[in-house]
Ligand binder design. Structure first.
Ligand SMILES: *[C@@H]1O[C@H](CO)[C@@H](O)[C@H](O)[C@H]1NC(C)=O
Ligand SMILES: *[C@@H]1O[C@H](CO)[C@@H](O)[C@H](O)[C@H]1NC(C)=O
Ligand SMILES: *[C@@H]1O[C@H](CO)[C@@H](O)[C@H](O)[C@H]1NC(C)=O
Ligand SMILES: *[C@@H]1O[C@H](CO)[C@@H](O)[C@H](O)[C@H]1NC(C)=O
Ligand SMILES: *[C@@H]1O[C@H](CO)[C@@H](O)[C@H](O)[C@H]1NC(C)=O
Ligand SMILES: *[C@@H]1O[C@H](CO)[C@@H](O)[C@H](O)[C@H]1NC(C)=O
Ligand SMILES: *[C@@H]1O[C@H](CO)[C@@H](O)[C@H](O)[C@H]1NC(C)=O
Ligand SMILES: *[C@@H]1O[C@H](CO)[C@@H](O)[C@H](O)[C@H]1NC(C)=O
Ligand SMILES: *[C@@H]1O[C@H](CO)[C@@H](O)[C@H](O)[C@H]1NC(C)=O
Length: 837
């Protein structure tokens, strides 16, 4: 401010000082408090820069709430002065200036810092400098508070703001003299977020004013939501209104575009960070475009604005919720608010424009009176913040002046000493503890309010409260949504998926997705990943849309199946008949028929046959390592014994005569060393070696396999590579069968008694075919079908040998005993020899 400017303003102050003893803005006292309030609002703070005069606030729109807050400061000071105990014998005064939002905040600061003679000295050390005021209450918004705080911090002059929530004001290195009686922006944002979470809104729109307030808080909300599943559909900046409230063309277009976007969006929740000043035109446009069913979330800057609220048409547009400081009833304030100044004399003589340096508001009282009902019903919220700020300074003065019940030391108060005391205050005021934390903030509870338009009710009804110490929402009450049947509005980008459905992202927002069923065999673990179905573990399976897997049903050959029972009955039959055959052969052991069948060698065949029948049930039931071993090794060994016996028997029948005549020496060795038995034994040993070898290469471990037709089941079976082993194992048997078949074929013309050729041919052929087809079958199919086939083939092979080989002989023994004599045999042989000759 140049010397000329100072002179002008000094003159103005002088003029006013003469007159303003009867003003609302000034109260003489021993110690003055500065008050900065927004009685008029102009967001275009730079408009006055094109002329060298202090801006005239009264040219702008009046702000009822600002006057209400100013009255709160007056009320607090008067209450302190009239109460004897806090500052006995000391009279507090005040000096208040209208900062018109941001337009007029430097000039009042200079005024407050100057001395009584309007002189602000330039000096190096202000330790013993005594400015006009001892502390400053306000201003209300962040932009103005910051500007003011830079000045006041230089002088360590205590400044207590009652509604600037921005987080950067908590930086005590930059603003050591700034304290707040409000909770910081983090908590306001958190309360909003909790509200969204509570009502499951995850698709929201953020509108902010084009100043620091709108930008900073939008940014904060953005950052906070980044950690949550709440998405911002879009974010827009509202145009700054003209100081004279006329809507320019570009502003109108911008508002039309924004409201048009709101109409089109599926998001139904709109968060608005803006001074209420920028909102009149916006809401006019909202009404003009008939926007409905919207939930508006108001930041503290406009949450309890009575003027916006008086636009009763707004209730058409949806539900208004807001975050604001908790209500604390201040007794007597409602009456004080609209009380005219007691000594209100004639208006000061104002000949020069702006002469009051913004300490005038002719219309304030009348306007406030017209809003008195709504202000009275809405209670004291920010009012309490102003009230407690004044009390905090008074308490600090109390301890600085060493007051007792009756008197105080009336000494010079240097601001920096008062500041130290303000930091230390700790007192109870109307049931609330007033104490500043390390950021210089007072932790006040926040309320979530809903706008109501019923006369006679609180227009800003509290529907929930937010406790900053716990970071959570409490006591969420009923909200009357302006929706059919009062249902909670839904604002979600996508409906949440049913359990077991994964999310498929659509676009960039994590809140927008399609729901896709998890396929069978996979499941959704919501805690781990909502976007991907996880495959089930190896032995488990799941149905469509499952959130977990279940153990698959184990499948193996069971007793209760018809094929099992049939094959088992066959085996039992085979066992009984073989037992019967053994009995018959035992009884007729010495008969030529038995001897021609092999004599003792018959029992060498019958015993393994009987054993095989007995253990054949190993095919049924849960496979184990031992049953698998049985299946893969035992039966094949038994067959080898039987087949080698049959082969050697065929050999004897066909070739023994020829061998006896042509190779007598070999024949004598054959007879002397029990050739047949040696042959059988060596073949068995050979087979043992083969089986042992193949067991070593292929283990008998169990395997689980999926059923391609029914994934819900798991097939438990012996080693699936078993068919290759089977082929190796049976190769020897096959060789023997071919041999036996050959001998039998050669001897097919032998007398019927010796002619087992037909039967041996039959059962060898059968064995051959069944083994090969089983191997083929196994390589094509798997599962229970293979087991039952394996079982069936084994039993049929056993039956083939028992019935095919022994059956006819038994039949002869039992039904043609006359043919079972030595004489008959001799005659047959004679007949054969003669016929041959
Ligand atoms: C309001 O201000 C704008 C520009 O600042 C001006 O063009 C307009 O004429 C003014 N309107 C009124 C009614 O003063
Ligand atoms: C809003 O509604 C009114 C009457 O209900 C109608 O006249 C007007 O055209 C509507 N405006 C828009 C933008 O839809
Ligand atoms: C008010 O100002 C007018 C014009 O400057 C002057 O004539 C009048 O005497 C002044 N009144 C008071 C009370 O100062
Ligand atoms: C305020 O209202 C009263 C009566 O309602 C009226 O007499 C007075 O002129 C008004 N004051 C202003 C500044 O409008
Ligand atoms: C209060 O303090 C003054 C001096 O500062 C002293 O004279 C007076 O007795 C004190 N009163 C009480 C009640 O302690
Ligand atoms: C404030 O005072 C209350 C009771 O008087 C006490 O419990 C609390 O700890 C004090 N707080 C601080 C920060 O000193
Ligand atoms: C409101 O509730 C009634 C009864 O519960 C029901 O019949 C009606 O369909 C509902 N209306 C809407 C819009 O949900
Ligand atoms: C889901 O994932 C969580 C975390 O990775 C894990 O603790 C939990 O066991 C999983 N639940 C299931 C059923 O897999
Ligand atoms: C999976 O969920 C979807 C959506 O709820 C449903 O349409 C579908 O029938 C479900 N599928 C099964 C197999 O339950």
């Amino acid at each position: 401010m140049g010397p000329q400017g100072r002179a002008v303003c000094s003159l103005l102050f002088l003029l006013r000082a003469l007159a303003h003893s009867d003003s609302d803005f000034y109260l003489p006292g021993d110690y003055l408090l500065g008050g900065l309030f927004t009685l008029h609002a102009n967001m275009k703070g730079i408009v006055h820069l094109d002329y060298l005069q202090v801006p005239k606030c009264k040219e702008y729109e009046m702000k009822v709430l600002g006057y209400n807050l100013m009255q709160a400061m007056r009320f607090a000071v008067e209450e302190i002065n009239s109460a004897s105990s806090l500052l006995p014998g000391v009279r507090l005064g005040y000096e208040m200036v209208d900062v018109c939002y941001v337009s007029n905040n430097i000039q009042p600061v200079l005024y407050f810092l100057s001395q009584d003679d309007y002189f602000l000295p330039i000096q190096e050390d202000y330790t013993h400098y005594k400015p006009r005021v001892v502390a400053v209450i306000g201003p209300d918004n962040t932009d103005a508070t910051t500007a003011v705080a830079y000045f006041l911090s230089l002088f360590r002059l205590p400044q207590i703001t009652y509604s600037a929530i921005s987080n950067e004001l908590g930086d005590k290195l930059r603003f050591p003299a700034l304290l707040r009686t409000v909770t910081d922006a983090d908590h306001h944002i958190e309360a909003m977020v909790r509200l969204m979470v509570h009502f499951r809104w995850n698709w929201i729109i953020v509108l902010g004013s084009s100043d620091d307030y709108g930008r900073d808080n939008s940014q904060l909300l953005h950052q906070r939501l980044a950690h949550l599943d709440i998405c911002i559909a879009f974010q827009e900046t509202l145009p700054t209104p003209q100081p004279n409230q006329t809507v320019t063309q570009s502003e109108r277009e911008s508002l039309e575009t924004i409201v048009g976007k709101l109409r089109q969006s599926t998001a139904r929740v709109v968060v608005l960070f803006s001074p209420e000043l920028a909102l009149y035109n916006f809401f006019q446009e909202v009404l003009r475009q008939n926007l409905t069913d919207t939930v508006w979330i108001a930041s503290e800057s406009w949450a309890i604005d009575p003027v916006l609220h008086s636009l009763t048409e707004l209730k058409r547009t949806g539900t208004f919720l807001g975050i604001t400081t908790a209500n604390v009833h201040i007794p007597g304030f409602s009456e004080f608010r609209v009380r005219s100044s007691q000594a209100r004399g004639p208006a000061p003589n104002r000949t020069t424009p702006g002469a009051t340096c913004n300490q005038e508001c002719d219309t304030c009282l009348n306007a406030t009176k017209s809003f008195n009902n709504i202000l009275r019903l809405s209670g004291e919220r920010v009012v309490y913040s102003v009230y407690s700020a004044v009390y905090a300074v008074a308490h600090a003065l109390h301890s600085l002046l060493g007051c007792n019940q009756t008197s105080c030391r009336k000494e010079v108060v240097y601001p920096w000493r008062l500041l130290q005391e303000v930091w230390k205050v700790n007192f109870s005021l109307l049931g609330h503890q007033i104490v500043f934390n390390q950021q210089g903030d007072m932790s006040m509870q926040l309320d979530v309010i809903q706008w109501q338009w019923d006369l006679s009710q609180n227009p800003f009804k509290s529907i929930a409260s937010y406790d900053p110490s716990q970071w959570k929402l409490k006591d969420v009450g009923d909200i009357s949504w302006h929706t059919p049947n009062n249902t909670t509005p839904v604002s979600r980008c996508s409906k949440s998926c049913r359990p077991g459905q994964k999310k498929k992202p659509v676009g960039l927002h994590p809140c927008c997705f399609e729901c896709i069923d998890c396929l069978p065999g996979s499941f959704l673990n919501q805690t781990a990943d909502e976007f991907e179905c996880q495959p089930c573990p190896k032995y488990e399976w799941s149905r469509r849309n499952d959130t977990s897997c279940f153990k698959r049903k184990l499948v193996f050959l069971e007793w209760n199946k018809a094929p099992t029972i049939i094959v088992a009955l066959l085996a039992a039959l085979g066992f009984l008949s073989t037992l019967a055959i053994s009995g018959v052969f035992w009884r007729h052991f010495q008969t030529p028929m038995v001897r021609s069948a092999g004599g003792p060698m018959c029992f060498l065949m019958l015993t393994p046959l009987l054993m095989s029948y007995m253990v054949s049930p190993v095919y049924v039931g849960l496979p184990t390592v031992s049953t698998c071993f049985c299946r893969q090794a035992f039966f094949t060994l038994c067959f080898t014994v039987c087949i080698s016996c049959i082969t050697v028997r065929s050999f004897q029948i066909v070739c023994v005569f020829k061998m006896a005549s042509r190779l007598p020496r070999a024949y004598s060795y054959w007879v002397r060393y029990h050739g047949p038995y040696v042959f059988v034994a060596s073949i068995t040993v050979l087979k043992l070696v083969i089986v042992g070898g193949s067991l070593l290469t292929t283990s008998t471990t169990l395997t689980h396999r999926n059923d391609p037709n029914d994934p819900k089941v798991l097939i438990l079976s012996c080693n699936p590579n078993y068919h290759r082993v089977l082929l190796t194992n049976t190769s020897l048997d096959l060789l023997l069968s071919v041999l036996g078949f050959g001998f039998a074929y050669v001897g097919k013309e032998l007398p019927t008694n010796y002619n087992e050729a037909k039967f041996i041919t039959l059962c060898m052929t059968f064995y051959f075919i069944s083994s090969v087809s089983l191997c083929t079958f196994m390589s094509v199919y798997d599962g229970v079908l293979v087991t039952i086939m394996d079982f069936l083939v084994t039993v049929l092979n056993l039956l083939g040998i028992s019935l095919g080989y022994f059956g006819p002989k038994c039949y002869m023994i039992l039904f043609y005993p006359e043919r079972n004599t030595q004489a008959y045999f001799n005659s047959v042989i004679q007949g054969y020899t003669m016929g041959k000759d």
